[in-house]
Structures are given as C-alpha cells and as structure tokens.
Design a protein around this ligand. Structure first.
Ligand SMILES: [Zn+2]
Length: 170
C-alpha cells in the first residue's frame, strides 16, 4: 500500500484507550505491553501482558503464557487477533528500530501496532521535580490533564504505515 492511499481509520472504543493508558501509567517507566482482540475489524478487548524483557524500560517482550491465554480467549469468543499495544515512556509514539525489526507482520500482514507515549507527562514531571528541588509536585490528577499520545501502525517488511485512530464512545 502506498502512503498516498487513504487508510481506513481504526475505530477504538474510548474505554479501551483508557485501559491502555492506565496500564502504561501503572508500568511506567517500564514499557507496558498487551494484545488486542477484535471482531469484524473492530477492537473489542485488550489483554495486558507481562513484559519479561531484560531491558523493560526501552523494550518489551510478552510473557509466553500471556500469549497462550490470549489465544484461548480468541478461540473461546470467536475473536480475531487485531493487534499489539505497548508504551513508550521516553520517546514518541512511533515504532522504534527494534519495534520494526521485531514486527511479526509476515505472519499476519494486517496486524496493528498501537503505541502509547507517556513522553509528555514524564517530561513534565521531570521538569517540575528539577524546578522544585527534587520534590515531585505534579499530582496524578494534574498528570491526567496531559492526554497520552496513541498512534497505530502496520509494519510490513520494514515499511511503517500509519493508521489513523478515532476514539469512539460505545
Ligand atoms: Zn516500542
């Protein structure tokens, strides 16, 4: 697919977006990761996975048991494997060279890679800490005013194609 072609948006239920945000904030600064089940091309459920990578702040590797459990859920409910999500704590919501190299899209070409960036709120907290002599002053409520950036991509043979994300209320 050329980048000139328009890509149909991913219609993401707002509740799933917030579940991913909560998961990412709970793991911060480690990368959160998980799997996305879909039905008819629409995401229906997310399944957080344990990040067992030895460098969890900059990479992720899902626990094999969590992938197996996810597979059983897909089968039990007749869902499809729609995508993978993970967070970036200190970089933008764009696939890293590692993300591109590890993409498994050869097996499932339409697989979506959702990336949630906590860069803005982590940076804001760091600056506030510096300004005030080491005391973190940003409360969780204030941090939630900064919406984390979520973007979606397909990655095929090293080619990254963005898929627009539209949050929907269901
Ligand atoms: Zn990444």
């Amino acid at each position: 697919m050329s980048s000139q072609e328009s890509v149909p948006p991913l219609l993401l239920p707002r509740a799933l977006y917030w579940q991913m945000v909560q998961h990412a904030r709970a793991e911060n600064p480690r990368e959160a990761c998980g799997l996305i089940a879909g039905q008819g091309g629409r995401p229906v459920r997310i399944f957080p996975a344990r990040n067992i990578d030895r460098q969890p702040v900059v990479r992720y590797q899902m626990h094999p048991q969590d992938i197996i459990a996810f597979d059983r859920e897909l089968e039990a409910h007749g869902w499809q494997w729609l995508g993978i999500y993970h967070s970036h704590s200190f970089s933008e919501a764009y696939p890293s060279p590692t993300d591109i190299a590890n993409a498994v899209s050869a097996l499932s070409p339409g697989l979506l890679y959702l990336i949630l960036s906590l860069q803005a709120e982590n940076e804001e907290q760091r600056l506030a800490t510096v300004r005030l002599g080491g005391q973190p002053v940003i409360t969780l409520a204030q941090r939630q005013l900064i919406p984390p950036v979520l973007r979606a991509f397909t990655i095929n043979d090293g080619t990254v194609q963005e898929v627009p994300v539209v949050l929907v209320d269901e």
